[in-house]
Design a protein around this ligand. Structure first.
Ligand code: ADX
Length: 198
């Protein structure tokens, strides 16, 4: 976790409150945090949830692992420390979106419980919705849409989640989805139903 480097800094509150923004948008900001192995379908499900919400007139915005690593987090790799920093930054970005009144949907492997829990702890109760996309390692290896599991097995990629790096499944996620026997559309509907209920 990066330490606070700057001293003599003071938080400056504005004149517009979060409630003002939420009233303007007609919705409450929230973070839908997906976690699961590579090839679980997180990005695909996130895209579907995002478009479902937009169709219903809800302002949603997707933050995707591979995409964010092209820009904001391009200087990070896949060591435990880099993944922690990846998740910390995304957590901060998701928190800003949530504060803006947006439904932020994140799709990162986020393999370590303590990194996910730190993001949860940084938000208000109920704002962080953890969605576990549960796929077996065998099914993920079988799907392998980017050929990465094959490369990891051949030793061409190091620290690969599920092969040479660990994944800590959430113990108490708000939503636990089993991918076996469900297509991404069905899983996206389950997430949307959870959001409708709350
Ligand atoms: S996280 O662990 O830090 O949360 P993140 O979700 O940002 O990972 O990025 C994961 C994506 O990067 C995977 O879907 C895959 O496409 C790619 N990737 C490349 N190298 C690795 C690796 N060593 N482990 C896991 N994913 C990798």
């Amino acid at each position: 976790m990066a330490e606070q480097r700057a001293i003599n800094i003071t938080w400056h509150s504005g004149n517009v409150t979060r409630e003002d923004r939420q009233k303007l948008l007609g919705q409450n900001g929230v973070t839908v945090w997906m976690t699961g192995l590579s090839a679980a379908g997180k990005s695909t499900i996130a895209c579907i949830v995002e478009s479902m919400l937009i169709r219903r007139g809800k302002f949603a915005y997707r933050l995707d692992g591979d995409n964010v690593r092209h820009g904001l987090n391009r200087n990070l790799g896949f060591s435990a420390a880099d993944r922690a920093e990846n998740i910390r930054r995304i957590g901060e970005v998701a928190k800003l979106f949530t504060d803006a009144g947006v439904i932020a949907i994140t799709s990162f492997i986020s393999p370590y419980k303590k990194d996910r829990d730190a993001v949860r702890a940084s938000m208000k109760p109920g704002e962080f919705i953890e969605v576990y996309i549960n796929v077996s390692i065998e099914a993920a290896e079988q799907r392998d849409p980017k050929g990465l599991y094959k490369k990891a097995q051949a030793g061409e990629i190091s620290n690969f989640t599920g092969i040479s790096s660990g994944y800590e499944a959430p113990e108490n996620p708000e939503v636990h989805l089993h991918t076996l026997g469900h297509d991404p559309e069905a899983l996206a509907i389950m997430i949307e139903n959870y959001l409708k209920k709350r």
